[in-house]
Unconditional design. Structure first.
Length: 402
């Protein structure tokens, strides 16, 4: 079996940076307490871990007040809270064809029950949404626009600032799903910011599953979808009003919060720009080399501003078979299929079997790109000596890999 080459970062990042593992181990080994539930020494340590994660998440979403950031167990829950917790009966809501099912399914669920009306704004063949199409789809009853900052299938980045402005000027709310951008693309801030931001912690933020970020600006107040203990105002049978208490019922996953804080701090130390450059250097070399292979169809345009994702299909092959062969031949771990984002495939022309997706994370190397290209060549029956080396000159090793 060839050595493992992990290229599935848009699903979840791996390997995790050492400080993330250390942070999680510290929480598990050394802290005997549940955050927000006590005053003994370890309870204070647990509180400090949660406060550190909240502060780090606030920096990433550009929130001045960390108490407008709820730490939830996943982006899926965060998007459900944002959608179910904010919409009112009769609202018309817009989403985009480039969105993930974590957005589309809650909206469809509400629409199926006659609680809202919802329309999907199309994207182009790269996954990009034209802001003019959003403006055109806006109705007098439209009150919310939800959209993925970047497509998890092609990496295409949406013009979040313009989309947020369109919603604001029409008196609606904007909800940004930054799951594929937080940690690898700067999030819109200041006047360009959206009203709500949700981000997965285990992808480009380098944390683990179990912790995600839900920010809402002051005055945007989602109802609590989950009611329960908060460790505060326990004599009241109603959920506390305070944003983070209202949205964080139940004992938090302390290890995941420690990992999120360490992951964000690690990303900040390396620099989002440096991490993005590294990923795109590999991603664009991969695209260029794959483009030379007859039968390979690249998806998207290789948006250098989005996350470093390379999507493709191989003529005559089911994407699932391509992914299986990539692993068999070269140890390459890639994702195949619809990637929980069915609608975009209609626009990409990949609605049947979907696509193969590669994502280039901090620890990938030029060797991974060569392995992918050689393996795809082998699938197509071409000897690898025919391929131009995508890295003909000696390449730099990024500092975090040294
Ligand atoms: C764009 C996007 N939104 C939301 C999600 C949901 O994240 P999670 O499964 O971690 O809740 C994902 C994860 O695949 C995603 O790619």
């Amino acid at each position: 079996m060839p050595p493992r080459r992990y290229l599935d970062h848009p699903a979840t990042s791996w390997p995790k940076p050492e400080p993330v593992i250390d942070g999680i181990l510290h929480a598990l080994r050394d802290v005997g307490a549940a955050a927000g539930r006590g005053i003994h020494a370890d309870a204070r340590r647990a509180d400090a871990i949660r406060a550190g994660a909240r502060a780090a998440a606030a920096r990433i979403v550009g929130a001045d007040d960390p108490h407008r950031v709820a730490l939830v167990t996943g982006a899926t829950l965060g998007l459900n809270v944002a959608i179910h917790g904010l919409v009112e009966p009769g609202w018309h809501v817009l989403a985009t064809a480039a969105d993930h099912n974590a957005t589309l399914r809650p909206l469809q669920w509400l629409a199926d029950r006659g609680m809202i009306e919802f329309d999907v704004v199309p994207c182009d063949a790269t996954g990009r949404v034209d802001p003019d199409d959003v403006a055109k789809a806006w109705r007098p009853t439209t009150r919310m626009l939800v959209f993925s900052h970047a497509s998890n299938v092609t990496g295409a980045l949406q013009d979040a600032a313009t989309l947020a402005r369109i919603a604001r000027e029409r008196g609606g709310l904007s909800v940004l799903d930054a799951s594929q951008t937080a940690g690898i693309v700067p999030l819109p801030s200041g006047a360009s910011a959206t009203d709500v931001v949700v981000a997965a912690g285990h992808k480009w933020l380098q944390g683990t599953e179990g912790a995600a970020v839900l920010f809402a600006r002051a005055g945007v107040e989602p109802r609590a979808l989950v009611q329960g203990g908060t460790g505060t105002a326990s004599d009241d049978l109603r959920m506390p009003e305070r944003f983070v208490d209202r949205l964080e019922a139940g004992t938090p996953d302390l290890g995941a919060l420690a990992g999120l804080a360490a992951g964000i701090a690690w990303v900040e130390r390396q620099g989002i720009g440096a991490l993005a450059d590294h990923g795109h250097r590999l991603g664009s070399a991969c695209r260029q080399a794959l483009a030379t292979l007859p039968g390979v169809r690249l998806l998207g345009s290789g948006d250098a501003k989005g996350p470093p994702i390379v999507g493709f299909t191989v003529e005559g092959y089911d994407p699932a078979d391509v992914a299986a062969l990539l692993e068999q031949i070269a140890g390459v771990q890639a994702r195949a299929g619809l990637h929980c984002a069915a609608l975009i495939h209609r626009h990409l022309g990949t609605a049947g079997g979907g696509s193969v997706r590669l994502g280039f994370g901090p620890f990938n190397t030029p060797g991974d790109v060569r392995a992918v290209v050689a393996a795809v060549g082998e699938i197509l029956g071409q000897p690898d000596s025919d391929f131009p080396d995508p890295f003909p000159i000696p390449t730099q090793v990024p500092p975090w890999q040294e």
